[in-house]
Design a protein around this ligand. Structure first.
Ligand SMILES: [Zn+2]
Length: 105
C-alpha cells in the first residue's frame, strides 16, 4: 500500500516540476500571500494515491475551490464535465496553445 502522506522529497520534486507555479491557474508561489499546497489531483477520499503523477502544486484558491472534485457543471450547457487535469497532456497542450495564439485568458 502506498504511503498516504506526501514526503518532503515529493513536495520538493512537485514544486520544481511546476516551476513554482500553481498547476491550475499558473500564479507564482513567490508572489502569493498564502503558501501553496501539494494537492492530490484525484483526492485520497476518491481513491487517489500519493504518487508523483497524482500530485500537483496548487495555490490555496485553486485547492480550496477544487476540493476533492474531479468534475463540475459546465455553466453554459449544464453538462457534467471533467475538471482540468494537470497530467493530461492533451488538456495541457490545448491550454498552452489557446493562451499563446489568442493572447488572453
Ligand atoms: Zn491556482
Amino acid at each position: 500500500m502506498p504511503e498516504s502522506r506526501v514526503t518532503a522529497q515529493q513536495k520538493k520534486a512537485v514544486a520544481e516540476r511546476a516551476n513554482g507555479c500553481c498547476e491550475y491557474c499558473r500564479s507564482q508561489a513567490r508572489f502569493a500571500i498564502q503558501p501553496f499546497s501539494i494537492e492530490h489531483i484525484i483526492a485520497r477520499s476518491q481513491g487517489g494515491e500519493t504518487v508523483m503523477d497524482n500530485l500537483a502544486l496548487s495555490c490555496q484558491g485553486c485547492n480550496n475551490h477544487k476540493y476533492n472534485k474531479t468534475e463540475g457543471r459546465d455553466p453554459v450547457s449544464g453538462d457534467l464535465v471533467p475538471l482540468y487535469h494537470p497530467r493530461n497532456t492533451l488538456q495541457g497542450n490545448l491550454r498552452h496553445t489557446y493562451g499563446k495564439k489568442s493572447g488572453r485568458w
